[in-house]
Design a binder for this molecule. Sequence first.
Ligand code: NAP
Length: 465
Amino acid sequence: MAIATINPATGEKLREFAALSDAEIDEKIARAAEAFESHRRASFAERAAKMSRAAEILEAEKGEFARVMTTEMGKPITSAREEAAKCAWVCRYYAENAEKFLADEEVETTATRSFVRYQPLGVVLAVMPWNFPFWQVFRFAAPALMAGNVGLLKHASNVPQCALAIEDILRRAGFVNGEFQTLLVESKQVARVLEDKRVAAATLTGSEPAGASVASLAGKLIKKTVLELGGSDPFVVMPSANLGEAAKTALKARTINNGQSCIAAKRFVVHEKIYDEFARRLKDGMAALKVGDPMEEGTEIGPLATEQIVKDLEQQVGKTVAAGAREFRSPARLPSRGFYFAPAVLEDIPENSPGYCEEFFGPVALMFRVSSVDEAIRVANATAFGLGASAWTNRPEERERFASEIEAGAVFVNAMVASDPRLPFGGIKRSGYGRELSAFGIREFVNVKTVYVRGDEASHKTETE
Ligand code: NAP
């Protein structure tokens, strides 16, 4: 895929970038390895001062960063500004908490002293997707840099200006020696970077094939990986739920980011007692959404990020309908150019169709009617993915069952699934492994070192001082 900015609202190519040569990649890796030697020794206070400065830049210039995001991938400008602000939050969160998360942990044994020490691994490669082009990167970069690692970013080929803007923010914040660099490379060049001995580990957020490709190579090289892959999150609604709130949240949870979020609610598993009313409200909501130019303040749904995504989604909908599903399409008038897609709701979805088992990465709600809590859990779990789940009920015993029995990295009760720097984020099954955010996230790319010391405490202290 060419590394280029193509405005999805118009289809126009605005800029194209040449991929780095092998020699240029080598140079950047060498710089990263050198940067690690000093960055690993910097104090938490020094790293935190830079990370806090990054937060200030993100907040001060969020309007400009939002325009870059919207131009490259089409999210509504209001969400793009919120994304920049959320990045500032994660930078501050790790600036304030990294030292606490990575402090030595004493463990009582028969030794004079035994403890766990967390130390950075080195150069970490981050392969990132376009859908939250700032947030995905900062939620990796903030903990990685605060832990003393250095980062190399291979961003998605359709968001090169976001990638360069992020490198620039971190450089201006004080990470000036190559602690964080963007590599403008194609996906086929990722192997070369990962194979380099100076690269210690990798994290990938994206599709299953990309994750499998990077993880299998990393496995061969015995390098640590974290994978954040796709999802087909269930949104379960039981009769005791507040129907109005559930339906309103369902609409937002399905259409946020133009429907292109890994943790968007994708499958709506609704009890038969309230199914028809819920479906009516969801369709009315879909029909009323303002679809159009993402740069306009009131726009709720902009274009999908690429022409290919529109084609893929139309094909998934077409095959599901051909297999027997019923389709509702929003009557919204779509702009005459650009990669637009009218929001849709599919019902009566047969088990052998894409709507039953695939991830739909766009504003299409997949509906399932169930008659009991057991069936709701069975349908919620009838997916290869296990990222998030939202369950709506006011009965305590149902809450407990959904929390325990839904197979996912997160279950939100009476709320929409969302990432939060304070809470671990990640999946199970084919949604990947490892966790980002919270204390769990910062401990993914560290050596959890056991230190066991015998000898009297006084002499130990003298030796180490
Ligand atoms: P993608 O095609 O997998 O791309 C993601 C990144 O991987 C891009 O930088 C891409 O580079 C690179 N890549 C693709 N194939 C590769 C390969 N064989 N080897 C190395 N790198 C490769 O995914 P996408 O279409 O951009 O994103 C949508 C998917 O990401 C959805 O499934 C979504 O659910 C998932 N996602 C998951 C999370 C999460 O946190 N779990 C968050 C966001 C998105 P190029 O652009 O150059 O191809």
